[in-house]
Design a protein around this ligand. Sequence first.
Ligand SMILES: [Zn+2]
Length: 269
Amino acid sequence: MRKFWGLFSILLLAAGVRAQIRNLKPGFNLFSPQQDIQLGQEAKAQVEKQQQILNDSRVTGYLTQLGQKLAQSPRAGTFPFSFEVVKDKNINAFALPGGPVFVNTATFVAAQNEAQLVGVLAHEMSHVALRHGTHEASKGQAVQLIAGLAGSATGGGMLGTLARAGIGLGANSVLLHYSRDAESQADYNGALVMADAGYDPVQMANFFQLLETKNSEGLVAQFLSDHPTPGNRVRAVEQEVQSMPQRNYMTDSLQFQNVRAIVQGISPR
Ligand SMILES: [Zn+2]
């Protein structure tokens, strides 16, 4: 009997560890989900002023359609996502807390198929769902933030609160700069989001791999710095896919190739 209980507890422990990996939960966070949204909206207005936003419904409409498909996955959380395209020759994509996602035109051109573009979206949306941006900000600046965030509940801008805690929005902002653990989580969660929408999750890992080989041109530096590789990305995602039910995944579409051709014709900044 004792042997039985011993084995039983080992099985429970193993199941517990697996459940911990599969049930990804947002980490330590001083912000409320509502504050994630408020911060994201303020930061989005700033990005729209500073960056050259593409105003072409054929491209933005297509990106939004892909994003909304992914947002239906329960793994994408409940934040109000929005999708915009930035005219920029650097391959980059970033997501602000609470939902705004931006993808550079160069990312459309670098992607070999629709599933790779979808992979970037699923990965970014996972950072939002798991609240990695405000998690990072909470870790570093706890003392200054606690008072500020409590104060901002009674009014005043979130960006101001963050600035007073020494957190900016510019290049290498802590809100957009993730740890390797956060990367693994966004890959894992992003793969599930992709699979829910019927896309081959391995394409996300393939795209990140592709970016590392392209980095010599210096046009991927910001993305790779914000999303440091956790190592063995492709293999980790492949292993994850093996544990999912077998299905026929979609990789490309004629619409992607058409939109990519439109983007290719837009002169980058
Ligand atoms: Zn990432």
